[in-house]
Design a protein around this ligand. Structure first.
Ligand SMILES: O=C(O)c1cc(=O)[nH]c(=O)n1[C@@H]1O[C@H](COP(=O)(O)O)[C@@H](O)[C@H]1O
Length: 311
């Protein structure tokens, strides 16, 4: 998976992943009204509005970016219709050649983890016939139950060229309550960084990076720099840029000297750019996808400036 992701990052010259985290408040009124008219003001109406919104956003930006990260919670809350919208969003993005990082943050063990793995990145077996269900290329995993919550995914990563992004140092304000505790003379997130690096050793690709990556928040630049040193062969998925306050200056420590090593996520900053205060009155309701495209271009320039200081 990691070699495919790096190839797409190089092709687009853009280490950006756009988070597809739709909310009804971001969706233009005309899309919601069309959907409610056909499907009612119901979970189905909401899920169909998400799908329409996502497709227009993807049409406007797919040529500029290597990857998308749909956040499953936004869809799952609407039950089976939401899950259908999640799956159809992934299929649409795959048709456009994008790498899919499913933000599912699973964290169970043993046979339960194996079921998550088969459903999301492997295949499910029904009486000897095999089916791909969600079709992500990579998924986010919570590792704080230990190796038993990682190991069941490794076979599918290897068999189907898939990957994981494992939470190491998360972007949220209170992540330090647990992740920065001292354990055996180092911080817990540092220990987790060592472990994720070890767990990924069997899945190193041609470009010397592992398909087992790490989630490292842009909002904690010192910790990111520290982790970059601890885990040189681990790709970082970096959320927290933009809406959560992470800036370009905070990102330099996430990259390696080769200009690789990190892919930066922005969700609201791109897909809700038309609602952003700085863009007030700049876009009509019909121009939301154009607003997303312009936000991607702005982010790309911002990231290129960071990369210019590194390589
Ligand atoms: O795993 C993630 O993607 C993630 C980890 C983390 O530490 N912080 C974090 O914000 N995220 C996700 O990244 C996205 C951030 O969205 P914005 O703040 O709107 O850019 C959401 O989907 C979060 O669930």
């Amino acid at each position: 998976m990691i070699d495919r992701l790096i190839a797409k990052i190089e092709e687009t010259q853009n280490p950006t992943v756009v988070g597809l985290d739709p909310r009804l408040s971001f969706i233009p009124k005309w899309i919601k009204e069309e959907s409610y008219e056909e499907h009612g003001k119901t979970p189905k109406g909401a899920a169909k509005a998400f799908l329409h919104f996502n497709k227009e956003i993807i049409d406007a930006i797919y040529d500029l970016i290597p990857a998308v990260k749909p956040q499953i919670a936004m869809y799952e809350q609407y039950g089976s219709h939401g899950i259908d919208a999640y799956i159809e969003t992934i299929e649409y993005c795959k048709q456009k050649g994008l790498i899919i990082i499913g933000d599912i943050k699973r964290g169970d063990i043993a046979s339960t983890a194996e079921a998550y793995s088969h459903g999301h990145i492997g295949k499910v077996d029904i009486e000897g016939d095999r089916f791909e269900i969600y079709k992500e290329d990579s998924i986010t995993i919570n590792p704080y139950l230990g190796y038993d919550s990682i190991e069941p995914f490794l076979a599918d990563c290897s068999n189907y060229d898939k990957g994981l992004f494992v939470l190491v140092k998360t972007s949220n304000p209170n992540s330090g309550q647990i992740q920065n505790l001292e354990v055996g003379g180092i911080k817990l997130y540092e220990r987790m960084g060592q472990l994720v690096s070890e767990w990924g050793e069997g899945l190193i690709g041609k470009r010397s990076y592992s398909s087992i990556g790490a989630v490292v928040g842009a909002t904690h630049p010192e910790e990111a720099k520290n982790l970059r040193r601890i885990m040189p062969h681990t790709y970082f998925l970096v959320p927290g840029y933009g809406a959560q306050g992470g800036t370009a200056a905070d990102l330099a420590g996430c990259f390696n000297k080769d200009g690789l090593g990190a892919i930066i996520n922005s969700s609201r900053g791109i897909i809700a750019a038309h609602n952003d205060k700085v863009n007030q009155n700049k876009y009509t309701e019909k121009e939301f996808a154009q607003a997303a495209r312009e936000a991607v271009i702005k982010m790309k320039l911002d990231l290129q400036q960071v990369l210019n200081t590194i390589v």
